[in-house]
Design a protein around this ligand. Sequence first.
Ligand code: ADP
Length: 562
Amino acid sequence: MNEQGDPRALDALQRYFGYESFRPGQAGIVNALLSGRDVLGVMPTGAGKSICYQIPATILPGVSIVISPLISLMQDQVDALNDVGIPAVFVNGMQTPDQQELALAMAANGQAKLLYVAPERLETQQFLNFATRTPISMVAVDEAHCVSQWGQDFRSSYLGIGDFIAHLPTRPTVAAFTATATERVRRDIISILGLADPSITVTGFDRPNLYFDILKLSTKNKTPWIARYVASHPSESGIVYCATRKETEVLAASLNRTVPVLRGAEAGGAEAGGNEASGNETKLGRVAVAYHGGMLPEARGQAQRDFVTDRVPVVVATNAFGMGIDKSNVRYVIHHNMPESIEAYYQEAGRAGRDGEPSRCTLLWNESDVVTRRRLMDSDYENSRLTPEEQEAVRISKRRLLDAMVGYCRTTECLHTYMTRYFGEQVAPNAGTCQGGCANCGQTFETVDVSDIARAISMCVHDVRQMVGMGKIVKILRGSKAKDLAVWNPETLSTYGMLRNISEAQIRDVFNQMVADGFLHITEGNMPIVMFGARAAETAQPGFHYEMKRINRKPSSRSAFG
Ligand code: ADP
């Protein structure tokens, strides 16, 4: 066997799908499954997971069951397989009882090689009857991270999959797939699904055609930057992700007010070549649509159609946008805010350039994004069904995800390398520069020593006995004469005027970085108070050293507006 693996698998790849060769990682998974070994495949969306179980399913005897959470996609998946000549069926609650029986009968008598179901289906008596009398070669579990409470998308129905498999008369080979990187979630997948000594493959995370860029911008500068970007790429399709529904509407309206739209792009649609619109004729029109989960289904569907058919070049969306939407020519994805994890970021950013053409992923962030994310995270679990100890564990795990996200924003390393290593993919020993595929490679960085500023901030929080907000602390440190400081007799405080010569913006930057790094903590509510965080004591230690990074952008860095 060569590295493309079992000749039957390569033959099936070429015959059914018309692809010449397997992508890295695929052949290994297919071979493991053909030899009866369980697998855990960790690959991002779009990397080609489906083929990893579809091809073995065509070769193995009997039927393979595919467990997938999205009923709405089953029809499309099954149609696509039937189109290439692979017999497949699905069973779900949208069918009549007769249709369900027919699908199960086809799976039982060998007329279908793949049977798609949602996890809830496994618990029905009808399905159990079918499963106990039909030889099942393989069970493939898509979006397997849904078994874990430590991930983003826990679904209790996934917990029944392990039991279902354990009660089958003959144990099938089990294949689990996810795009989640954390160790904890991977361990849960293995133990809850009962994978037996699985072959673990992590691959497909690097996307060389994507250019990654990170820009630290103040909140008020984000919208103008996005408007300028959209205006200078009038013939391109893009997604702008926002953190809240409100933001998507405000930003879409603002883009529509300020960005001229090419007439062809607005009126042409797919028939006129869509975003290929030519000519310089511009007029104010609709350049963007908003999309979020709070919209009525009809309006949401319309927004999606407008974007997918290129009638409108830009969709401004919450993370509700994307699941099951296949648009290959998205040229850029801009994040208006920092997402809660690298998994979330990579999944959303990865919707750019699915056609393999060069595309850009830009993350706009600032320190207050981090503070907001932390605050949201802490309040997220208050009404949960979990015990207080479990809630705390989930919080810690979510904070770690966020820390890695913040690390991405701050790193001076190659962004492709940072990402692939995060997901656990082997990074080649000579990796470390993507040769112009990210904003960090080829840049120089200035590292600024801000130890004195950090120490002064910490002393001031102590001076005011952890009882005031950030604004007042900055004023005290800069020696302000503002009236609202009077109750503190500021002249008597040891830190009054200590940072007189430092700009307010710089103090705030250091402040926010200290919050993000756990030196300080800001309370929730209308009057946020600055308290000491878990690492506060470090600032009082003699060797305390604290740095901030600044990028010296070289003119050669790939311009966003070029
Ligand atoms: P995932 O399930 O990981 O999100 P898909 O299985 O939908 O990804 O695959 C994404 C795209 O890549 C599909 O269009 C698929 O046909 C294509 N693809 C998968 N494997 C290969 C391959 N070996 N060669 C070329 N294209 C492939």
